[in-house]
Ligand binder design. Sequence first.
Ligand SMILES: *[C@@H]1O[C@H](CO)[C@@H](O)[C@H](O)[C@H]1NC(C)=O
Ligand SMILES: *[C@@H]1O[C@H](CO)[C@@H](O)[C@H](O)[C@H]1NC(C)=O
Ligand SMILES: *[C@@H]1O[C@H](CO)[C@@H](O)[C@H](O)[C@H]1NC(C)=O
Ligand SMILES: *[C@@H]1O[C@H](CO)[C@@H](O)[C@H](O)[C@H]1NC(C)=O
Length: 165
Amino acid sequence: MERRRAAWAAVLVAVAACAALPATTTANKIKVNWLPNTNYSGWEQEHGPFYKGDWLVFYYTAGQADVVEVNESGYNRCDASNAIYNYSKGRSFAFELNETKTYYFICSFGYCPGGMRLAIKSQNLPPPSPPPSAQHHRSAALAGPRAGVALYAAVAVLAALLRAV
Ligand SMILES: *[C@@H]1O[C@H](CO)[C@@H](O)[C@H](O)[C@H]1NC(C)=O
Ligand SMILES: *[C@@H]1O[C@H](CO)[C@@H](O)[C@H](O)[C@H]1NC(C)=O
Ligand SMILES: *[C@@H]1O[C@H](CO)[C@@H](O)[C@H](O)[C@H]1NC(C)=O
Ligand SMILES: *[C@@H]1O[C@H](CO)[C@@H](O)[C@H](O)[C@H]1NC(C)=O
């Protein structure tokens, strides 16, 4: 009896925690198919806006592409020699936009002049109650992380129930 009560308490706590979570704690993961012979000039407009705390996850084929973070001049000149960071192992690379600034990424395998470069401006999250139009654009993107929170709560509840048996 005592245990069952504890389990229900855990359920309530999980539900309350879920409801109390502000939208700003959700981080977006934005997939980048990082492909040679691709012009990424319209990519930012299509996939943005980007906010501080969002993640870019580059998917690429090792040996055919790398992800090199450079500064603005490196981006404009497709010059990786002053790389801030470069990544070329595995098949994906996750990068957190943890500052509000413009990030520049290029590929150093010769595809940059053909358009394989990205300038991503990350901005602060909009205030809690943006006008409906802005909210609409953001809501679809938030569905993923919200589902993650719900899953986490469900797992926590399940764990509590198992302990109670
Ligand atoms: C980029 O870095 C290079 C080398 O450190 C530097 O000479 C150049 O001024 C920088 N450009 C910008 C726009 O910060
Ligand atoms: C990437 O980084 C490694 C070591 O940090 C360096 O040897 C290599 O030249 C870099 N490549 C590019 C394209 O910046
Ligand atoms: C952002 O991430 C980079 C690399 O992970 C780290 O070096 C830097 O200190 C971080 N900046 C902030 C403001 O957290
Ligand atoms: C990439 O696309 C943009 C916009 O369509 C265009 O202005 C630019 O010239 C293209 N770049 C290359 C290298 O084809």
